[in-house]
Structure formats: structure tokens, C-alpha cells
Design a protein. Sequence first.
Length: 163
Amino acid sequence: MNRESLLTRTRKPLVTLMRQGATPEKLALSLACGLTIGSFPLLGTTTAICTGLALAFRLNLPVMLLGNFIVYPLQLALIVPFIILGQRLFGSGTAVNPHDFALLLRADVLTGMRLMSGAAIRAALAWAVVAPVAALGSYLVLFPVLRRIGKRVTGEGEAGTVP
């Protein structure tokens, strides 16, 4: 998917939601949370986490899931860095070498998973340290952009402009 297509596919649903009354602030918060949760280093958990947070804090679930979907490649790319950061922040009995771990998984999945569970927990804790900063930074970037789009959608922006 090229950049232009990603922007179009992201912008259209947001504009539609704004036309239906969603505020730029709520959309920015929902999208920032989705983007941040989408980088959580434990595969298969982010949709459930997004759903729980959307229900608990009355955020826009489709927008959160959109952000979650957008950063899926980033989630995969950040698993090893979060494991390494978790080892550095919280210590580790053994260093995790991704190549050796892949070989271990091929040989004995259960042993590999058992040995890796500590590293996975430390990776999740490392993400928890980084996540608030990432969510705040995402929100601070997204809110002005969505506010500007919202003004155009509601007609408060420049005359004759269409999003």
C-alpha cells in the first residue's frame, strides 16, 4: 500500500465520523491510543486491549482499531527492540538472541515459549514505560491535524475547500 492510498483510507473514515458529530479531540485521542496499543509487543492481544479501553473510556473503537491496523508492521518491527529494552530496564538471567530463539522454537516450541515468557513480560513492561510518551506525542500531533480537517468538514475553514 503506498503512502497516498494509506492517507486516503485513513482520512475518509475520519471525515465521515466528523460529519456524524465526532469531535477532533475524541478522534485524536482514540487514534493515538490505537496507534500506541498497536505497538504492544505481544502478538494477538492488541484488538482485545483496544476493545477494552474503548469501552472503559468511551473512545471510538473503529478509530482505535484503524490505528491498531496501521501500525501492525511497526508492532512486528518493535518486538525485538522491546525485548532488548526490557532486558536492560529489568534485567535478565540470560540474553535473548533472536536467531537462537528462532532455532529453539523450531526444535521445541513448548520449551521455547517457557523460556521466552520472562522476556515477553519484560518486553511488555518496557512498552508500558514507553507507551504514555508515545500516546501523548501521537495525540499532540494528531489533534491539530484533525481539528483543521474538522473545520473544513464543518465549513468553518477556508471558503471553497473540500477535504
